[in-house]
Structures are given as C-alpha cells and as structure tokens.
Design a protein around this ligand. Sequence first.
Ligand code: GLN
Length: 483
Amino acid sequence: MNYMCKNIDELRAMLDRKAVTSDLLFQEAIERAKQYQEAYNAFVTIIEEKKEQDATSILSGIPYALKDNISTKGILTTSSSNILKNYMPIYNATVYQKLESAGAVLMGKTVLDELAMGGTGTTGHTGIVKNPWDSSRQIGGSSAGSAAAVALGIVPFAIGSDTGDSIRKPAAFGGIVGYKPTYGRISRYGLFAFASSLDHVGCFARNVKDVAYVINIIKGEDPYDMTSLPDDNKNYVDTLENEIKERKLFYIKEAFENYETSEDLEFKETINQFFKTVEKVKELGFIVEEVSFPKELLSAIYPTYMAISCAEATSNNANLTGIPFGVRGEGNSIHDVMMDARTKGFSELIKRRFVLGSYILQKENQEKLFHNARRVRRMIVDKMNELFEHYDGMLMPASGGIAPIFGEKTDQLSDRYLILENHLAIANFGGFPSITIPSGFVNDMPIAVNLTGRQFEDDVVLNMAYKIEEITDCKDQIAKGGK
Ligand code: GLN
C-alpha cells in the first residue's frame, strides 16, 4: 500500500480507525526515502529509529521531513555545508519542538543548497538533488530535498525555509504547494540564520488544506524569537471555504512585455497558460486586474535582494569558524585555523557571497550599497502596500518557465530573469504571506502560480489559494518518479 501519497485528512482518518499504525507509516516513509535516495538525493539523514510519542493532534503519527538547516537536538544538522558536516545540535528549533509536541514523526533531514543560499539544489555537500518529474532537471532550491520528498510521495508535508523564494520556487518546479507565511508568524529560533530580515520558516504539502493544517500547528509567538508575532489565534483550516466573491487580485503588466514574440516556446506557453488560469480565476468570482509597477523597481529586486542578503549572511555566518563547533581547521594561529576551516568548508558560491557581503558592509561602502539597497526595498514594499489598499493579493506565474536542465545557462540581465524569476523576493522584502500553487504542465513539467497577500492576512491568502486550487486540477500530485 502506498500510504505516503495520501493527504493529511485521509491519513488521520485511517490512523483514527486503526486501519493503519503510525509505525507502518514511518516504515513506509523511510523505505520510500531509501528507494529514491540514489536517484534524487533528497536526504542528508534518513532517521532509522522511530521516536515514540503519545500526543494527539491532526498531525500525530504522521511522518514528515525537516530541511537540514533546522536544529534538531542529537540529530546531525549540516545545513548541507562541509563546515557543518559533523555538527550535532544541542538544542531544538521551535518549529521542530512544536511538531514533536503535536506528535508528528520526524523521518529525515533534507538536502538544501549550502547554507540555504542559491536556488538550484546543486550546491549541498552531499550532492545534487534531482527533479522527481525529470531527473535531468533541477528541482530548484534552496529547500530542494524537502520539495523532492513531498513530490515523491515520501512524506505528505515537509518544512523548509524561504529567504528569497526557497520554498515557493522549488514547489513550483516540483508540482506541489509551498507556503511562506507572514514574517514572524512562525518562530525562526533554531533556523540557521541566512539573512535575518528576510528569513522565514514555511512548508510544502500536496494541497492547500494540508499546508493550513501544518501552519496551524507551527505558528505562534516564541519568547526565543523576538521577531515572532503574537498568535492571531486563527484556525486557517476553518476559513478555507470562506466566500471569495469580490476579492480583488492584480498582476504586474511589466512582467509580460514581449512574451508573445519570444522565441522561447516554453516561456511563451507558461505565460499563455498563466493567462488561461487568470480567466478561470475570474470565473470563480475573483476580480483580476492588470496594474503597472515601476520597471526600475522591478529590475532592482534582484540586486537589492543580493545586497541585503549577502550583507546579512556575511555577518550571520561569521560564527562558522570551525572553533566553537563544526569542522576544525589546521594552522599555527587562531587566524590560520579559521582561515583553513572556512577555505575548505565553503563552496565557491558561498565564498563569492561572503566577499560581496564584506564589501557591501565595509564602512566606506555601507551608505552607498547597503543603505541604498534598504531604501529601494522600502520603495518596493511601499508600492506593494499601496496596491494592497485596493487589492487582496497579487497573482503571478511562480516562474517564467519549467525547471531548468542541469547546466542550462540563464541570462541574468534579461527582463524575464530580473522580473519573472525574482519577483517572489518581494514577499520577503515586505514579510507578505505568499503561496505557490501548481497550475498545469508545459512539456510534461509542472508550472505554478504564486499568490501573495497583505501582511498578517495568512488566513485570507490560504482561503484564496484553496479556491484557486479547485480550478487548477493539480491537487495532490505525485511526481512521475514517485509512481
Ligand atoms: N535563490 C535565492 C538565493 O540564492 C533564495 C534563497 C532562499 O530563499 N533561501 O539566495
């Protein structure tokens, strides 16, 4: 029997009427994880021993996976980096603690792009993660293994982190749902910091309702994270069926200039399908309108994101010296020992970003590079908030295409790249709740739409997403590789 391809409601019902045991679900999850490990490489660690638990909640007895940048006491947590390949945490992240208390069963820690930087799933120290729909393609990142594990039907949900798009982009390439809530909705305590002002914890599942179940459990204020929000005391599942008639959405006109004349057929088809989805969304009762967004702000998303995230990352990761923890370097002075650990411990991408971050943070550059980036971030967020005075959400393609083939080159200065491949970071700039919902296929690969809403309105975003999911016909998808 393939239980792990079922949704949370089905699993709950089977567990409650004792048609299946939690032990059996755990066994199946780890067997499937092992079966697919060689082909897709979703896991850094597959947990062999099931921890007994006696909690009762909607998630009790149900296996799930955590991204390997989330601290688990006594369970290896590497952040997919060589410098942490032996790191055994002595404390639990709040998100893990909450899932433990709810009786959910951790079955593995998933591969990420090293230290959660990057979006390809190719830079983890244990090797590349492949797309379960087509193994010649990326699943995207950085939460690559979590996305792959859910798409493969290994677990019904998995936890990830999202600083620029790291849940929502791999969800799109994997044909599943990925949600990043409002900044602070979920505690970041125990999430290895990448860029603290942009970092979010969130989750993957195969439908919107399952996402709502998981967020209900993991949200809430945390004394260990002073940026966490007081709980809104809302049950996000209860409001999924709310009426959406007259809800207003917008999409950004400037993102679609020239697509009709593009020679990239996949891109063209992705955008054509997006507009078909928009029509169906209108039939549901939503009002969807085109709006104009200053192009210079859209083109500035990527450089702004890089300036802020690299600066914050350089500062946050200064603790990775191999001295208090991690792999120790060699040398005759503290300086040499740290230098050796960091030289051997990080891949090229990480080093490049730390060089960039250090440059941006140098006293003489701070005003021009760091503070200006923060000003541009504010301008983008202000523009969004202005639009949110009239609209309940922004609906956009989650990506301008399907998952890239390994080694494929992208023109990072093209409009398509700068806007369609980077607009998801807007939700990190403003802390807006944002969800990716699968919406169809192009060349047998999944595509998706993204819906971003007002800060604090997680319930509204999930409600709207739930309704949109009804018309996409892509609910509860399992990738070809998992069948
Ligand atoms: N792809 C983005 C980057 O390279 C986002 C990463 C993330 O959200 N963690 O930084």
